[in-house]
Design a binder for this molecule. Sequence first.
Ligand SMILES: O=C(O)C1=C[C@@H](OP(=O)(O)O)[C@@H](O)[C@H](O)C1
Ligand SMILES: C=C(OP(=O)(O)O)C(=O)O
Length: 469
Amino acid sequence: MHEHDDNRQNALPKVPNTVPNTLSSPILHAQHAMKSLDLPLVKTARGTVQLPGSKSISNRILLLAALATGNTHIHSLLASDDTEHMRDALGILGVRITQTGANDYCVTGSQGRFPTQSADLFLGNAGTAFRPLVAVLSLMQGHYRLAGVQRMHERPIADLVDALRQLGADITYLGNAGFPPLEIKPVKTGLSQQHAITVKSDVSSQFLTGLLMALPLTGKAATITVTGTLISQPYIALTLAQMEYFGVRVEHRDWQQFTLPARQLYRSPGTITVEGDASSASYFLAAGAIGGGPVRVQGVGHNSAQGDVRFAHALEKMGAQITYGDNWIESRAAQPRSSNPHLQAIDLDCNHIPDAAMTLAITALFAEGVTTLRNIASWRLKETDRLSAMAHELRKLGATVEEGSDCLRITPPASGLTSGATIDTYDDHRMAMCFSLASLGVAVRIHDPACVSKTFPEYFDEFARLVHI
Ligand SMILES: O=C(O)C1=C[C@@H](OP(=O)(O)O)[C@@H](O)[C@H](O)C1
Ligand SMILES: C=C(OP(=O)(O)O)C(=O)O
């Protein structure tokens, strides 16, 4: 196995460093290596942000390009921990990936079979790398071990393994049953000829995504039936859209049954540009709604393939003004910032936007009334138990928070946010990014700001450029 020191998880509160109370970008940058970051109270947010590439699209495209026939030129790939884990893993598997520009790569496809038939892979806490790679490697008839950070070893994978075992895959749990790390061995008698399988999809949609991406490798027709309720459905639509770019069409019946015709092989589309990350966009759009705006995010627009663009609809329901272009979205407060609070609470089923919904929890602090976010049980199984972490940290800012098994009810404090709170981030990039928005109401200290490197290493620099004291 590869050795990595990236083993942070659910970080316990740390002793904060004393850092200057400033938001000038170079100083923020210097603080990334520090244990905490002090954000002063800022009054407004205004400007334009060029979004980094989408994590979900980047990792899908890397894998599909690696499996395809031909060279794929990828532009605007996300540079972050999660995509680095995917790139490193594919490199170890013998796939040639050449960097051709700052965020541009050329991937030489391996025509459905990775050159390296035996490897140990370390995938950090990247669900979009771990789950699809387990599925693909299970059909490669090689010998592989896949591991991650401790938190990845606490994130369930049994539903995917159970589905792959229906195909005859030989997968062993190396630690606790149902969780990574895993070992995949070749199947001496060959994989099963039976290609009607079921997959339970109420814990993570990434299991179904992995199966969908892997099954064309068999060359046989296949049917996947979803059991349990499919969660995070827009990510499945995203998977099908990316597969189609690579020449593989999947029919589906109401997102419950998926049919893959025989002999569909992945073919490189030639050149592909990754859209900006819609989940990362949510922090800036919320900043525009809370801090007056206008804030424009560039890189995603009204016809984006990513489900999290629908975060903008939720902001609109809260009273923000949203405008769209082909490749941008802009938010602003409907009324002047001085007429606080200018946003209203919402009651929303957030199953379709599990990541961006976290941003709504912070936006709720600036809205009038009680915000209820429903159908978000999956939060408990992500980078940390996000339901409990979010409730705990929101209370530090004075909010009253009811934490249900799959929902959160947030009442902002009647007499303003509590100043000077130290926010723990639990090695969860989204906790750090979300809570930066609290600085539009009070000064806050963010512990371990560097955890944003999972999906957005430059986040605090971009945030600093946008907000004004
Ligand atoms: O397929 C994807 O790209 C993702 C699916 C979602 O996970 P779940 O399906 O586990 O909700 C989401 O939270 C994750 O950040 C990315
Ligand atoms: C849940 C997330 O990541 P992962 O892809 O590891 O599931 C996330 O980015 O919010």
